[in-house]
Design a protein. Structure first.
Length: 302
C-alpha cells in the first residue's frame, strides 16, 4: 500500500479540479462567474491548475450591479489581464433600463436581487449551459441544500426538492434544451479551508480583505461602508474604524467587521475564534427573512 496520503487541502483541491474538468467535458458553453472576491479568485487559481498550459474552456463572467467595491473591481480586471483570459462583464444598470425594472428604494437600496435578471439575460445571450460559481455549503443554509451540479429549468429556477443524487463523485450534467446547470466546485470547502488554501498557495487578494481604515455607518450592530449608494441621515452614527471584510458583495448589503487582522495568519486565527458564519455576520440582504437566500435561488439567483 502506498505511504503517500493526500492531506485535507489536497483532497479538496483534487475534488475541485475534477469537477472543473467534468464541466469542460460535459458542457458545450460553460462560464465561470468571477467577481474579484476570495472564493471566485480561488476558483480561478484551481482552473489554472486544471487547464494550464492550455486556455480556460470558458470565459470569466461578472454580473456587475454598479454597487461593487472598487478594490474588488480593480483586482478583477488586473487578474483577468494577467492570466490572459476573456472577461465578460454585464451591468445590472443596463438591465434596469432595458426592462424598465423598478430600482429598489430605501436606506440600503440594494440591486442584489436584480442581478438575477442580468444573469439570466447573459446566460441567454451567450447560450451558457453551465455556470461555475464559488458558493460553499457552510455559508448559508439554503446553499447547504444544493448539489454540486445544480440543474435550473428553462426559466432559471431551482427546485430544492428535485435534485440529482451525486454518488461516488459522479456528476450528471445531462439537461434539456433551455436548461442550465450551476456548478459549485468548492461546495465542500469551509471559510477556514479557503484561507488555509490561500496561505498555502500564496494567492493574492484585494486589500479589502485585510485590516484598513474606512468610514463606516453603524446600523443595527453592523458596520456599513459610507458610499454614494446608501442614504446617510443626520441621526446616523458615522465614524472611521479599522475594519476588514469577510465576504465581498455590494457596498449596500455587505458589512465590515472591526478587525486588526493585517496578515493571512491573523485572519485564520480570527476565523478559528469566531462563532458566526461570514454571511451570517456581514450580509444584510440575508436578514430580510428566514428564507431570503432560498427564495432568491428559486427565482434564478446564484
Amino acid at each position: 500500500m502506498s505511504k503517500y496520503r493526500l492531506d485535507h487541502l489536497d483532497q479538496l483541491e483534487s475534488e475541485a479540479i475534477h469537477i472543473l474538468r467534468e464541466v469542460a467535458g460535459q458542457f458545450e458553453r460553460p462560464a465561470l462567474l468571477f467577481s474579484g472576491g476570495k472564493d471566485s479568485i480561488t476558483l480561478v487559481h484551481l482552473a489554472l491548475k486544471a487547464f494550464r498550459p492550455g486556455k480556460f474552456p470558458f470565459p470569466l463572467v461578472h454580473i456587475d450591479t454598479g454597487h461593487n467595491f472598487r478594490e474588488a473591481l480593480d483586482f478583477r480586471d488586473t487578474l483577468a489581464e494577467r492570466i490572459g483570459e476573456k472577461l465578460v462583464v454585464r451591468h445590472v444598470g443596463d438591465t434596469i433600463k432595458a426592462q424598465n425594472l423598478t430600482e429598489p428604494k430605501g436606506k440600503f437600496a440594494s440591486r442584489n436581487a436584480l442581478q438575477t435578471y442580468t444573469l439570466l439575460d447573459t446566460i441567454s445571450e451567450f447560450r451558457f449551459d453551465a455556470c461555475i460559481g464559488g458558493a460553499r455549503r457552510d455559508e448559508e443554509k439554503a446553499r447547504a441544500k444544493e448539489r454540486i451540479f445544480s440543474v435550473r429549468d428553462e426559466f432559471g429556477q431551482w427546485d430544492p426538492k428535485l435534485q440529482r443524487p451525486e454518488l461516488w463523485n459522479t456528476y450528471n450534467g445531462r439537461i434539456h434544451k433551455g436548461e442550465n446547470v450551476r456548478v459549485f466546485p468548492i461546495s465542500n470547502w469551509t471559510e477556514l479551508d479557503i484561507w488555509n488554501y490561500i496561505r498555502r498557495e500564496k494567492i493574492e487578494l484585494p486589500s479589502i480583505y485585510f485590516a484598513h481604515q474606512r468610514e463606516v455607518l453603524e446600523h443595527e450592530g453592523q458596520l456599513v461602508a459610507v458610499s454614494e449608494f446608501i442614504q446617510v441621515e443626520e441621526t446616523d452614527k458615522v465614524s472611521v474604524k479599522t475594519v476588514r471584510y469577510r465576504t465581498v458583495g455590494d457596498m449596500t448589503c455587505t458589512a465590515a467587521v472591526e478587525s486588526g487582522a493585517a496578515t493571512i495568519d491573523d485572519i485564520i486565527n480570527e476565523i478559528i475564534a469566531t462563532k458566526t458564519s461570514e454571511r451570517g455576520e456581514t450580509r444584510i440582504d440575508d436578514k430580510v427573512s428566514e428564507a431570503a437566500m432560498e427564495d432568491r435561488k428559486k427565482g434564478g439567483y446564484f
